[in-house]
Design a protein around this ligand. Structure first.
Ligand SMILES: NC(=O)c1ccc[n+]([C@@H]2O[C@H](COP(=O)([O-])OP(=O)(O)OC[C@H]3O[C@@H](n4cnc5c(N)ncnc54)[C@H](O)[C@@H]3O)[C@@H](O)[C@H]2O)c1
Length: 248
């Protein structure tokens, strides 16, 4: 029998998830909730059947509704919405005591693997200069991207580093232990992240390129199957879904 998912949010990402689930082998939709859309259910309480898992690609304002439902039913959830306040982040932590909650600001399988690779190679390439370059479309309002910061955190988890955001003017020679982070904006670039390890006479570059938003929907579906079968409450990440949380 297929795992039943309820979708919260029916914008660009919700529609991408629904499209991928039309022919999915293991996961099917049992309801779509979006209080802003007349074609969707107004709340999770209006579902005809209880879902095995909730996938949320909506808005931080939907968190109280999700919280109420998760507390009442212990339903596993994959929270993909970004922009939570500190208070809302604390609520997500509290919910993870009631149900398996998988939370990730980037549902891409490639970026998750990239973070793991960075944790593996940073200690080996000790002393190499690390620079992160991210490229996004000209409509993006924040910089650097949350993903660039997450990649920096992966490097920083391996030692002592100082982030330098862009360079301008007579900044002097590059200091050891810096991570340069640079944001490029232009056209319709969906999202590119590159991490450079520059050493004596060699440069290693690890690069991820997002070609459409569909990859985030595919990652959310993979995460939903993991959360539905996690079995015990807790706060999980994409790394748990892909690698079972075990370090290589
Ligand atoms: N984690 C990831 O990998 C990832 C990837 C892409 C997008 N996102 C995030 O997912 C969210 C949705 O992205 P999108 O591109 O579909 O945005 P969108 O603007 O196209 O859609 C947002 C949807 O949320 C709905 N909504 C608004 N308020 C709501 C509420 N109170 N309850 C339920 N639904 C509500 C809107 O009606 C709309 O359908 C954003 O926060 C975005 O940053 C995360």
């Amino acid at each position: 029998m297929k795992t039943r998912a309820a979708l919260v949010g029916f914008g660009a990402m919700g529609k991408a998830v629904a499209e991928l689930l039309k022919n999915h082998m293991d996961l099917c939709l049992c309801g779509i909730v979006d209080p802003m859309s007349p074609s969707c259910l107004p709340s999770l309480d209006a579902l005809n059947e209880q879902p095995d898992v909730i996938i949320d690609f909506s808005h931080p304002d939907s968190l109280p509704m999700l919280a109420q439902y998760i507390r009442a039913h212990g339903t596993p959830a994959v929270l993909c919405t970004t922009g939570y306040s500190e208070q809302q982040e604390a609520l997500v932590h509290e919910l993870s005591q009631h149900a398996p909650i998988l939370r990730s600001r980037n549902m891409s399988l490639g970026v998750c693997v990239m973070e793991r690779v960075l944790r593996m190679i940073t200690p080996v390439l000790n002393g190499y200069d690390v620079e992160i370059i991210e490229r996004h479309h000209n409509k993006k309002i924040d910089a650097p991207s949350g993903t660039a910061l997450a990649l920096a955190r992966a490097v920083e988890s391996c030692g002592s580093f100082t982030e330098v955001h862009g360079r301008d003017g007579i900044v002097g020679a590059r200091k050891k232990g810096e991570i340069g982070i640079h944001a490029v904006r232009g056209g319709t670039i969906v999202g590119e992240h590159e991490v450079l390890f520059a050493g004596e006479d060699e440069v290693l570059s690890i690069r991820h390129s997002a070609q459409s938003k569909r990859l985030f929907a595919a990652g959310a579906i993979r995460a939903a199957l993991f959360a539905a079968s996690a079995g015990r409450p807790g706060l999980y990440t994409m790394d748990d879904a892909l690698f079972g949380g075990k370090e290589a």
